[in-house]
Design a binder for this molecule. Structure first.
Ligand SMILES: Cc1cc2nc3c(=O)[nH]c(=O)nc-3n(C[C@H](O)[C@H](O)[C@H](O)COP(=O)(O)OP(=O)(O)OC[C@H]3O[C@@H](n4cnc5c(N)ncnc54)[C@H](O)[C@@H]3O)c2cc1C
Length: 430
């Protein structure tokens, strides 16, 4: 930030009133000359909804349009509690009324089919186009079906991934309900990076909670392509305590990941695990940035979108920012909390830059709570900063392996509070 801009910036803070984000950024409203700037946000999930909301809070004169095909957003966080019968689908379903009515975000329910990066226009399935000065992309993930022979979008109707919440969540729950006692459930999780790395373990735990009550002779086999980790150790301890003998973990890392699937016989084949057959098969495929990111020329050969972590600007396309699961922001994990934190920082950066300034370096945060049972949860939290142009973790950690039942119960309460807080914030509920 130049000295002149810094002085103007401070004057503006006094004149326009200060908006404070949880990221610790103080911002003026948008300067008059840029008041009619148009920002289009693609994807109304954790990153996109949060970014749209904060753009309008930082700069109430800015025209912000959020494009999201679905009228309601169903969150992946807490979807495992639906599988366990602890919560309903209604609990994890949210609408866009708050963003529309309380923030003045224009909501367009449509699919983005293409982006003209030269003319700076977003092309919609409905036939119209939306011009932008800045574009924010938060399209989440797509699946690399081609990496598992025999698996496809079509076979996910038989072996659901339930890694995008909604119809897939309901399907997996119905399969669990229909399964006989004594059945085997296979949860096959992909290698990193993928969205929500501890969520397959939470899923195994909460399915075990359901089975323990209603089908106690059943078994869960977790084929894990991520291998051993600190988080896994915490879960294994909990499984031993809560679901002795019910959850078996198999190391699918080191070339052991699932390479083929047969929906007819409900079997999976991995190099180290051989061919295994389940009664319910939850096949979570390897992942990449949402398809529209590739169409827009935002992905590199890793399948994800490289960005400058200071403002989440794409390093491949001008005036486009990528946030959430789709962007490369390691060591930040791909979580809803990360996406929300990135959405706020990206919003602050866009407003700062439209005002002629440069985004200052700030801290980034994430956390993830996981349930092992209704009264038993664990968590991890991390804080990051940019050093030499790269995000580095500066603090954080996870729940201790040794903790009392009271502590685990407290964490379960915090998890519920976290969910209420983040969904109220991202959907601008009152
Ligand atoms: C089982 C499970 C449990 C999880 N639990 C947690 C948790 O407890 N805590 C946590 O922090 N995270 C959790 N996560 C991770 C979290 O869901 C993701 O990290 C988060 O949703 C990422 O946000 P996003 O904005 O990148 O993508 P999303 O939230 O998926 O939003 C992407 C949006 O983009 C839209 N979109 C895609 N393509 C287009 C297009 N072409 N045009 C228009 N719109 C488009 C989609 O419809 C979607 O609404 C969990 C994930 C799973 C699978």
């Amino acid at each position: 930030m130049s000295q002149i801009y810094r002085r103007e910036f401070i004057k503006l803070l006094g004149a326009a009133g200060i908006v404070s984000a949880s990221s610790g950024i103080l911002l003026p409203g948008i300067a008059a000359a840029k008041a009619n700037a148009r920002v289009v946000v693609v994807g109304g999930g954790f990153g996109g909804a949060t970014c749209a909301s904060y753009l309008r809070q930082y700069a109430p004169d800015l025209e912000v349009t959020l494009v999201e095909p679905h009228k309601e957003f169903i969150t992946c966080p807490f979807s495992n509690t639906v599988l366990a019968g602890m919560k309903s689908m209604d609990y994890i379903t949210h609408n866009y009324d708050g963003l529309r009515n309380n923030r003045g975000v224009k909501i367009v329910h449509d699919w983005v089919m293409d982006i003209d990066t030269i003319a700076k226009k977003v092309k919609l399935k409905g036939g119209s186009s939306l011009p932008y000065d800045r574009l924010v992309m938060s399209p989440g993930v797509s699946f690399n079906w081609n990496e598992i022979e025999g698996a496809s979008e079509a076979t996910s109707q038989i072996m659901p991934h339930a890694w995008k919440a909604g119809a897939q969540t309901i399907l997996l729950r119905k399969q669990l309900e229909a399964m006989k006692d004594g059945g085997t459930i296979i949860i096959a999780s992909p290698r990193k990076p993928f969205r929500a790395p501890p969520a397959p373990y939470e899923r195994a735990s909460l399915i075990a909670h359901y089975l323990k009550k209603s089908k106690p002779s059943s078994k869960i086999l977790v084929v894990d392509s991520s291998g051993e980790s600190e988080a896994l150790a915490l879960f294994r301890k909990g499984w031993k305590k809560l679901y002795k003998g019910m959850v078996e973990w198999v190391d699918g890392s080191q070339q052991g990941e699932i390479v083929s699937a047969d929906a007819k016989s409900l079997s999976l084949t991995g190099r180290s695990v051989g061919t295994i057959k389940g009664d319910v098969v939850n096949l979570i495929p390897p992942q990449r940035a949402g398809d529209i990111a590739k169409i827009a020329g935002l992905v590199d050969k890793s399948g994800w979108c490289p960005v400058n972590p200071l403002n989440f600007a794409s390093t491949l396309q001008k005036d486009i920012h990528v946030i959430g699961d789709a962007c490369i922001a390691e060591p930040m994990e791909k979580t809803g909390h990360s996406a929300s934190s990135q959405g706020k920082i990206c919003a602050a950066a866009i407003v700062t830059e439209l005002n002629g300034g440069t985004m200052p370096s700030v801290t980034y945060s994430t956390s993830i709570y996981s349930f092992l049972g209704p009264k038993y949860a664990v968590s991890s939290a991390e804080v990051f900063r940019i050093k030499r142009g790269k995000l580095v973790q500066i603090s954080g950690g996870m729940s201790l392996e040794k903790a009392s039942r009271k502590t685990r119960l407290k964490e379960a309460k915090f998890a519920t509070g976290w969910y209420k807080g983040i969904t109220t914030d991202m959907f601008a509920k009152k």
